[in-house]
Design a protein around this ligand. Structure first.
Ligand code: ARG
Length: 466
């Protein structure tokens, strides 16, 4: 570095370079346009490093004070939008360091003692992602609360449960929504688990081999709120498992969102007509005046594609990299940033939209009646009276056939005709054939009985409050 003015990156590695970097190469290698997003973490990491250097006697107390003063001014400049980011200075790290040196002179040049951009960037990204992870954790909780809020009102609302998208058995709308609460709860567990491995400090690994300065890595870890340090310097600078784990968590969460979004789209269609969505989540058509399309739900479904794409990108990014740091790693940032932004916005908007959903109970119930949803209940009824289940299954298929021929549901077949199918069919069969009877009967833990749904809701509420 020549003088206090580090204006061109080529000057940073100076002596060995006999020609300037071409504009295309500058643009191709620079990351500042996107990694400036890490500035707060970068300053936070530098301050912790400087504080430790001073405590260890590697730099003087005055140097530390100068660095702190300079960083305070830089923070102010960035926050107010006055900071001048320079493409020539390649990335967020060199931009901030150059400005620091401009402001405080030699102390700025001492900051990088015992450090490399390799352990610096790994630290920055972990710090930044940890903050985002904590934000996403509460968005996942909000999503679950939104679902629970609707579920609470619908423990007794009957809808057809589907397999193969064919009417299968009656379930409550609450029970259906509670399935999604389970999914988002697991996403929260995954997030908490990956946070443990994310929250380790790379600083002190320097370029790849560690450093000869008497650094106190544990002290830096404590200052920055890390649970511990990365134990191998080569691994510390080259590991991006946390990014892969995060992208994989995010992909799974987006797949959950996408499935829910797909159901909202189906349910809102004229053919299902189970729900309506508030106007503010729908858009019209420029040609068909009657349209109110569920665009937000469709986009949530569509955006799962880009998040899964980022997972593929990141995992492929790591595949062929020899130890330790390689410039390839600069490519980890945009997918991570976009993953965080997409997931956060999608969770926010879906939680909002779900809270305001209009539930068309009557239509849901009518749809359940249409598809012989209680045929299994009739078979179970016969089996409980001693008929082997396979035989009961056979008897009921004939009953359904008759219903289809007449165009009526099972409960609408005259009792004497029903009884004719098997001697053990008695008057009490009508209760069994009703949707509500079917629901109530499934009072097993995790089953669709309203009582069970209420227990599920209670359990989730307690978990989310704790
Ligand atoms: N901008 C770089 C990145 O994001 C910082 C680390 C650069 N290290 C290096 N040895 N060139 O990975």
């Amino acid at each position: 570095m020549s003088g206090n003015q580090l204006d061109k990156k080529s000057e940073a590695w100076s002596a060995l370079f006999s020609e300037p970097m071409s504009d295309l190469v500058k643009r191709y290698t620079a990351s500042v346009d996107f990694d400036k997003r890490l500035w707060r973490a970068d300053i936070q990491g530098s301050l912790a490093h400087a504080q430790m250097l001073a405590a260890q006697g590697v730099i003087g107390a005055q140097d530390l004070a100068d660095i702190q003063r300079g960083m305070a001014q830089i923070t102010e400049e960035i926050e107010s939008g006055r900071f001048e980011w320079k493409l020539e200075l390649e990335d967020v790290h060199l931009n901030i360091e150059a400005r620091l040196t401009q402001l405080v002179g030699d102390a700025g040049k001492r900051l990088h003692t015992g450090r490399s951009r390799n352990d610096q960037v790994a630290t920055d990204v972990r710090l930044w992602l940890r903050g985002e992870v904590d934000g996403l954790d509460s968005l996942l909780a909000d999503m679950q609360r939104a679902l629970l809020g609707v579920a609470e009102a619908h423990a007794d609302t009957v809808m057809p449960g589907f397999t193969h998208l064919q009417v299968a058995q009656p379930v409550s709308f609450a029970h259906h929504l509670l399935a999604y609460v389970e999914m988002f709860a697991r996403d929260g567990e995954r997030l908490a688990d990956l946070r443990k491995r994310l929250n380790r400090l790379p600083l002190g690994a320097a370029a790849l081999a560690g450093t000869s300065y008497p650094l106190d890595r544990e002290a830096v870890a404590r200052t920055l709120g890390f649970d511990g340090v990365c134990e191998n310097s080569l691994d510390a600078v080259s590991d991006r498992d946390f990014a892969l784990e995060f992208a994989s968590f995010a992909s799974i969460a987006m797949v959950h969102v996408s499935r829910l979004a797909e159901e909202l789209v189906l349910w809102k269609s004229q053919n299902f007509d189970f729900i309506d969505l508030a106007d503010r989540y729908c858009t019209g058509s420029s040609i068909m005046p009657q349209k109110r399309n569920p665009d937000v739900a469709e986009l949530a479904r569509g955006k799962s594609g880009r998040v899964v794409g980022h997972l593929m990108g990141l995992i492929t990014l790591m595949k062929g990299q020899p130890l330790a740091y390689n410039k390839d790693n600069q490519e980890d940032k945009e997918p991570m940033f976009d993953t965080v932004d997409t997931l956060a916005d999608t969770l926010r908007i879906m939680a909002e939209m779900v809270s305001g959903i209009v539930v068309k109970k009557v239509n849901m119930e009518a749809a359940a009646l249409k598809g012989y949803a209680t045929a299994t209940d009739l078979a179970d009824y016969l089996a409980k009276k001693g008929l082997p289940f396979r035989d009961a299954h056979e008897v009921v298929s004939h009953v359904v056939k008759l219903g289809l021929q007449r165009g009526v549901e099972l409960a609408a077949l005259p009792l004497p005709e029903l009884k004719a199918f098997h001697p053990s069919i008695e008057d009490d069969v009508l209760q069994v054939l009703s949707l509500r009877g079917s629901l109530e009967a499934r009072n097993v833990r995790g089953g669709t009985a309203p009582q069970q749904a209420r227990l599920q809701i209670e359990r989730h509420r307690a978990r989310l409050a704790g």
